[in-house]
Design a protein around this ligand. Structure first.
Ligand code: ZN
Ligand code: ZN
Length: 349
């Protein structure tokens, strides 16, 4: 028997509580890249996303923009612009009407769904923007989260983006989605509970423990700067999945004041992924603390500011490695995080 087959591991992610199966061995990276979903790399000349500068009156009126001092709302002159989503999943007006239907629970589809247009031009993506522009994008995220959390109907505000795939018009225009929901999403809830349990048991933040251990170990570090650490998570569920975390304890992304440093590390990680994997589709999710001001104070919110710690998760989208994961919940990852971190570290940008 090949000795290597004995080295595959089940690994548990202490944050999500999910298990993955990490395949050891030297899975060929070129084969993996070939398995990335093919994606049109560039927009056809002359086609428009409908969200560029000059198209302001064709979109819903802006909610927020970072723009030149002498420019007017809903006119050109903006760097980042936030508008309501044209066909939102959720609508902003009305009451929740929390009710039971037999044994089932129902709320009306109340929420906010906003679109962050991250550049006045299509086809300019985060790795290729100026650092100042990436900082503007991050500032737009944090401003919208702070504002939406004033609405006490919302338990959680999630910012996520997908590069490639998804909404057709915007395929080639860098953008993010902001979703405010009256329910804490199940994945977030699981993280909050895991973080709380770690804290109650050890009186330390789980994420601070991860930062400390990973910085001592070094094997899974992708890169770092003064304030932030980028690492391949221990139980990584997909090849080259990367987390960016503040080194110092901080519960809420929207309170961070080091956005230039964050822009720097985010851009460098995305450049490495772009170069190595030939501009793959990817998903980026911002994990921040919930809206503590909203609704009932639950048990896990008593220690929240000590036990939860925000981070950014970036996951390149590979074709599913095995259908096994659908039924079992185990994700099979062909590239160990140690190997992924090493390859990303060596990728010069
Ligand atoms: Zn989208
Ligand atoms: Zn922490």
């Amino acid at each position: 028997m090949d000795k290597k087959t004995n080295l595959n591991q089940f690994r548990r992610d202490p944050v999500s509580g999910q298990w993955s199966i990490i395949l050891d061995g030297n899975y060929d990276i070129a084969t993996l890249i070939a398995g990335l979903k093919p994606r049109l790399q560039t927009q056809k000349p002359g086609t428009s996303s409908g969200y560029e500068a000059g198209f302001e009156e064709k979109t819903p009126p802006e909610i927020f923009a970072i723009r030149e001092h002498d420019s007017q709302p809903n006119q050109p002159g903006w760097h980042v612009r936030v508008v309501p989503m044209n066909q939102p999943f959720l609508q902003i007006f009305g009451d929740l009407n929390n009710r039971g239907v037999g044994l089932y629970d129902v709320l009306d589809g109340i929420g906010a769904h906003e679109l962050v247009v991250e550049s006045p031009e299509a086809n300019v993506h985060l790795p290729d923007m100026t650092q100042e522009q990436v900082r503007n994008v991050l500032l737009a995220y944090s401003t919208r989260i702070r504002d939406l959390k004033k609405d006490l109907r919302f338990r959680y505000v999630m910012v996520h983006k997908h590069h490639g795939g998804g909404d057709n018009d915007l395929r080639f225009h860098s953008h993010a989605h902001v979703l405010a929901t009256p329910i804490t999403p199940a994945r977030v809830k699981a993280e909050l509970v895991n973080a709380m349990e770690h804290y109650l048991y050890k009186e330390r933040c789980l994420f601070c423990d991860i930062v400390f251990q990973e910085m001592n170990d070094g094997a899974r570090i992708v890169m770092q700067n003064e304030k932030f650490l980028a690492l391949a998570p221990f139980a990584s569920r997909a090849p080259f999945s990367t987390w960016i975390m503040p080194k110092k304890h901080e519960t809420f992304f929207e309170r961070n004041t080091e956005l230039s440093q964050l822009a720097d590390i985010l851009q460098n990680v995305l450049r490495k992924i772009k170069l190595l994997l030939h501009d793959p589709d990817y998903i980026m999710v911002l994990h921040t603390g919930p809206n503590v001001a909203s609704g009932t104070i639950r048990g896990y919110w008593k220690t929240l500011e000590r036990d939860y710690h925000w981070y950014i998760e970036i996951t390149p989208r590979f074709r599913a490695f095995a259908s096994f994961d659908v039924g079992s919940g185990f994700q099979v990852n062909a590239v160990s995080p140690e190997r992924a971190a090493q390859i990303l570290r060596d990728e010069k940008v």
